[in-house]
Write a protein that binds this ligand. Structure first.
Ligand code: PRP
Ligand code: URA
Length: 207
């Protein structure tokens, strides 16, 4: 699928299987989620713009690069909090904006409860973090907010996506790259990804 990258690395896939396992307790779930965010964010930022710089090693002067644009990480609460530390390990200077939304269990529509995203985003490379892309409603609403604030290109990073969610997201953001560890084929009648991993927020925080 165009603009969709599935990371099929064996270490990533082994950690994903542990994450899916219903017996994995919440401290371990959170650790795995954090570890999985590293390869996902590395891959999602593969095309970040860079500028040339030279660097003095202990032995010689050589050519190198530095990131040329500021990065904004935007985790969707709650579950994406489990992806933030891993992402910040790679991009320690990134700014962080927070979105709080929770799906209404009946309508499956996201309901907003927090918007702590800067008002002007044109200078940022925006990366939206959320472990689950199920119906796509939460990521689409979050992406629309970032776009309204001036984000030119939004990179979507998810651990698990449903086929349906990918299709929906691509309808709204056809050019945005989506990076995932796996795509599951089904979404059940209460909007859960199957086989999935259950409720990511509950599993991450234990309630
Ligand atoms: C989960 C998940 C996503 C959303 C995905 O959050 O972390 O934000 O569901 O579903 P969608 O693609 O159908 O919108 P949830 O709303 O359960 O909130 P929580 O993280 O606080 O548990
Ligand atoms: N949110 C989750 O946490 N899990 C799903 O399977 C779907 C939405």
């Amino acid at each position: 699928m165009k603009n969709v990258t599935v990371i099929d690395h064996p270490v990533v896939q082994a950690k994903l299987a542990q994450l899916r396992d219903r017996k994995t307790p919440h401290p371990e779930f959170r650790r795995l989620l954090g570890e999985l965010s590293l390869p996902l964010v590395y891959e999602a930022t593969r095309d970040l713009p860079v500028k040339s710089r030279s660097v003095n090693t202990p032995l010689a002067r050589t050519a190198g690069v530095a990131l040329s644009r500021e990065v904004l990480l935007v985790p969707i609460l709650r579950a994406a909090l489990g992806m933030l530390d891993g992402s910040k390990q790679i991009l320690p200077e990134a700014r962080v904006g927070f979105i709080g939304m929770a799906r209404n269990e009946k309508t499956l529509q996201p309901e907003w409860y927090l918007d702590k995203v800067p008002s002007r985003l044109a200078r940022f490379e925006a990366i939206l973090l959320d472990p689950m892309l199920a119906t796509g409603g939460s990521a689409i609403a979050a992406g629309q907010l970032l776009e309204k604030r001036g984000a030119k290109k939004i990179r979507f990073v998810h651990v698990l996506a449903s086929r349906h969610g990918i299709r929906e997201l691509r309808n709204y953001f056809p050019k945005s790259p989506i990076t995932v560890a796996a795509i599951d084929s089904e979404l059940n009648d209460i909007g859960y990804i199957v086989p999935g991993l259950g409720d990511a927020g509950d599993r991450c925080f234990g309630c």
